[in-house]
Write a protein that binds this ligand. Structure first.
Ligand SMILES: Nc1nc2c(c(=O)[nH]1)N[C@H]1C(S)=C(S)[C@@H](COP(=O)(O)OP(=O)(O)OC[C@H]3O[C@@H](n4cnc5c(=O)[nH]c(N)nc54)[C@H](O)[C@@H]3O)O[C@H]1N2
Ligand SMILES: Nc1nc2c(c(=O)[nH]1)N[C@H]1C(S)=C(S)[C@@H](COP(=O)(O)OP(=O)(O)OC[C@H]3O[C@@H](n4cnc5c(=O)[nH]c(N)nc54)[C@H](O)[C@@H]3O)O[C@H]1N2
Ligand code: SF4
Ligand SMILES: [Mo]
Length: 724
């Protein structure tokens, strides 16, 4: 018995690939990229190409378990005794696990109120149902604390929306029509690899690729022009570019007049940012800033792929805001292959309200529950009061690895009076602090609906194999828990197909004609942006009469304005920013924790606490076949900084600041410029001392969106003396 099942990769990645899984006699035997998927085009990234190793790993959690040893990382790397038989845990039945969770929750609700229970989830799966549906219904009905899910993208989202009002951007397919491509804080080869072939296609006919990144990524090494920038200074660069574009009249006066608000205020503001001034902050010579501005504004079509790297610093919201202004003043939104992409997720107008049922919270509490920012988990576990956090339910996340200020997070997780449940596929850093571990399915083992944040296709992900062991999906776990808690609402009994229908049954015009049956037939469906355009005037204007974009009906959301701001225009002046204490036009403020700030003397190096190209945040980092592709435990530093500290390539070094320290291996490789060091995220327990790079990061929040500041971190590095 052999079949090929269509699924969609649900990992936290813009590409949301179409996947084909070959199943023989109930066993998955092969995974490949769907050749018919317009973005995946038949190939997968290195980590998911090896996904059978993950699904069938001997380290999968397959049964519910209860802790029998004190909390803490006992299960060491390379010393894994196998599922269901770790020394720290004892296997129990699902009934025992659910009964214990329900009874602990009831006791906590009675004594402290439901807000003493905190759900904690993020990007384990981004699929629609297992990402946010039954779980939200459950916690809303319970009246638990709300989690503010800010760890990744909120600063950028707020910055972008402050200009264009919505998370929409240039289609990846259109990059092949572009002639000037700026990858701005966008690690395309590492994090968004399916965009690359479209860029390669454009370059074959002469497009120029510019990379702006403080780290020499693989994308930077392939670029026509690489501009290393000091971390956190992008707003200064964008403002200086606009200084040139506006003062040299390189903007599209017609587009600006019709579709933007506040251009005169912007014109006045950019006068404070001449290229010479921005050069001092950014480290990019003024002549290069001028050249970049001129080339960007005069080459058509020109597109910016800005990714979330720029917004992980203290002024990340403002950085994104200023970059988002660029296509609004050059008018490049009018051309196929123009515009900007940060995220496409705003296009999916699914009926989230019906999936998540926020009204259940109002009904059970009579008000909204308090909100806890996920970035501040350490602070919340250790210091929150009225009520304190007495129970934590973690799923789709590994906070003991990914949260900033790791030492505080772990201190909180260690609390013996904290009841922690973790629903997981593996025994992660976070299960090391769980009282109860529940086994989770992978996307091979459940059905779901998949959106994307890097393209505009909706997909059905079919179940390929039966769940391994006693694994259950997030949907099924929260359905069972709702039943144990005695929740009677019908929504807790809806089937997966009913929920998919509910999600699709919104009145959003872009979902018109997109039904479950059609998705089952076609596997991926482009959102319904309307009939093919007869002509593409913007493209013709840029490329000469009769010129046609390679795509027959490019999606040009802002070709005629239609911004989703309150004014309907691109808001170069935004009154609402004032209320947040921000400049309503834009401003560059050097990060507090930066080489310009007060900590700079004791901790003179800026750390980029980066993601690994072959892991996905902390996911995949425990799998031997993936580890072979990635060298963990490195600190990359510049030759000048290494020499000044007597450090040679391969030395063990101590990296530290006032929050913590970690020992890594020095790699002097030219990836970073002087003053910057870089290291990768990994599971804490895979590093000696059970700590990862987040011992150095802080809970400080960004200027907009209350996001994390993983890339505004100061450290010092010294040679680790051998033990006496
Ligand atoms: N292989 C792989 N793919 C992934 C992930 C992964 O961990 N591994 N993570 C996924 C997730 S959760 C996300 S959010 C996306 C994120 O994808 P990206 O947005 O690409 O995320 P980052 O890697 O955080 O940052 C991108 C680049 O920004 C650079 N950068 C850092 N600080 C600055 C700055 O101040 N200015 C500028 N101009 N650049 C800066 C970094 O050096 C990095 O090369 O990727 C997803 N895809
Ligand atoms: N230093 C540093 N820290 C960072 C970042 C960084 O760049 N540097 N990046 C930040 C960013 S952008 C993000 S998005 C966050 C990511 O934070 P998380 O979303 O916590 O990311 P992961 O480490 O991928 O952990 C996801 C976990 O979910 C589990 N999982 C997968 N599928 C399922 C499922 O269906 N059900 C259940 N119950 N579990 C499942 C996986 O096994 C995995 O352990 O990390 C942030 N932390
Ligand atoms: S992680 Fe990203 S690139 Fe890799 S298969 Fe999944 S969606 Fe595609
Ligand atoms: Mo993320």
């Amino acid at each position: 018995m052999k079949k090929v099942v269509h699924a969609a990769c649900p990992h936290d990645c813009p590409d949301a690939c179409g996947v084909l899984i070959t199943v023989e006699n109930g066993l998955a035997t092969k995974i490949q990229g769907d050749p018919a998927h317009p973005i995946t085009r038949g190939f997968l990234c290195g980590k998911v190409a090896k996904y059978l190793d993950r699904v069938y790993s001997p380290e999968r959690v397959l049964y519910p378990m209860r802790r029998v040893l004190p909390k803490g990382p006992e299960v060491k790397a390379g010393n894994f005794p196998g599922p269901g038989s770790t020394p720290a845990f004892k296997r129990i039945t699902w009934d025992e696990a659910l009964d214990e969770i329900a009874s602990r929750f009831r006791t906590i609700v009675a004594e402290y109120g439901a807000e003493a229970i905190l759900p904690y989830s993020y990007g384990g799966t981004l699929a629609v149902l297992n990402g946010a549906s039954m779980d939200r219904r459950f916690f809303h009905r319970l009246g638990a604390s709300q989690l503010d899910r800010t760890i990744c993208s909120m600063a950028g989202e707020e910055g972008l929306k402050s200009v264009i009002g919505v998370k929409l951007g240039t289609e990846p397919e259109q990059f092949r029509d572009s002639r000037y491509i700026i990858a701005w804080g966008a690690n395309i080869h590492g994090n968004n690899v399916h965009l690359w072939p479209f860029i390669a296609e454009a370059r074959r006919v002469g497009a120029k690729l510019v990379v702006i990144d403080p780290y020499r990524t693989r994308t930077a090494r392939c670029a026509d022009w690489y501009l290393p920038i000091n971390p956190g200074t992008d707003a200064a660069l964008a403002l200086a570019m606009m200084h040139v574009i506006i003062n040299e009249h390189l903007f599209d006066a017609d587009y600006v007049a019709r579709y933007t608000l506040g251009f005169e205020q912007l014109r006045a503001k950019v006068q404070e940012y001449p290229p010479e001034r921005a050069a001092q902050w950014t480290g990019i010579p003024a002549t290069d800033i001028v050249k970049l501005a001129r080339e960007y504004a005069t080459t058509r079509p020109a597109v910016v792929r800005v990714n979330y790297g720029v917004q992980r610093s203290e002024c990340g919201g403002m950085s994104t805001r200023t970059i988002a202004m660029l296509p609004c003043i050059t008018g490049s939104w009018q051309q196929a292959g123009g515009g900007l992409q940060l995220s496409t997720s705003g296009a999916y107008g699914l009926n989230r309200e019906a999936l998540q049922r926020e009204n259940l919270m109002q009904e059970s509490l009579g008000r909204s529950a308090r909100t806890v920012n996920m970035v501040e988990l350490g602070k919340s576990l250790n210091a929150l009061d009225n009520p304190p956090v007495k129970a934590l339910f973690v799923y789709n996340s590994n906070p003991a690895a990914v949260c900033p200020n790791h030492n505080d997070v772990v201190r909180g997780l260690h609390r013996s009076d904290l009841f922690t449940v973790v629903h997981e596929q593996f025994l992660t850093d976070t299960t090391d602090y769980a009282d109860i571990v529940l086994p989770a399915t992978t996307f091979f083992e459940h059905k779901d609906l998949q959106t994307a944040y890097g393209h505009y296709y909706l997909q059905i992900s079919d179940q390929a194999i039966e769940p391994l062991g006693e694994c259950r999906s997030n949907v099924e776990v929260f359905r069972a828990l709702a039943q144990r808690m005695g929740f009677q609402e019908d929504c807790f009994r809806e089937t997966v197909d009913e929920m998919i229908d509910l999600a699709l049954g919104s009145d959003d015009p872009w979902l018109a004609g997109v039904e479950r049956e059609r998705l089952a037939r076609e596997k991926h469906v482009r959102l319904n942006f309307g009939a093919a355009r007869q002509s593409n005037p913007g493209f013709e204007k840029a490329n000469g009469e009769g010129a046609r974009a390679t795509q027959h009906n490019p999606f040009l959301p802002f070709a005629q304005g239609n911004f989703r701001t309150p004014s309907g225009k691109a808001e170069l002046y935004n009154e609402r920013l004032k209320a947040q204490g921000l400049d309503p036009v834009a401003a560059f403020l050097p990060p507090d924790e930066s080489r310009h700030g007060e900590h700079a003397k004791a901790f003179p190096l800026e750390l980029l606490a980066r993601k690994a190209d072959n892991f996905l945040n902390s996911t995949f980092s425990n799998l031997p076949s993936i580890q072979q592709m990635e060298e963990p435990g490195l600190l990359e530093l510049n030759g000048a900084d290494a020499r000044a500290r007597g450090i040679a390539d391969g030395d063990r070094v101590r990296v530290f600041n006032k929050r913590g320290e970690i020992v890594l291996k020095a790699r002097v490789d030219g990836a970073v410029q002087p003053g910057v060091v870089s290291a990768h995220l990994n599971w804490a327990k895979l590093t000696p001392g059970n700590r990862n790079i987040n011992v150095l990061t802080s809970e400080k929040l960004t200027d907009m969106g209350n996001s994390a500041t993983f890339y505004s971190v100061l450290v010092e590095v010294e040679l680790k003396k051998p033990a006496a």
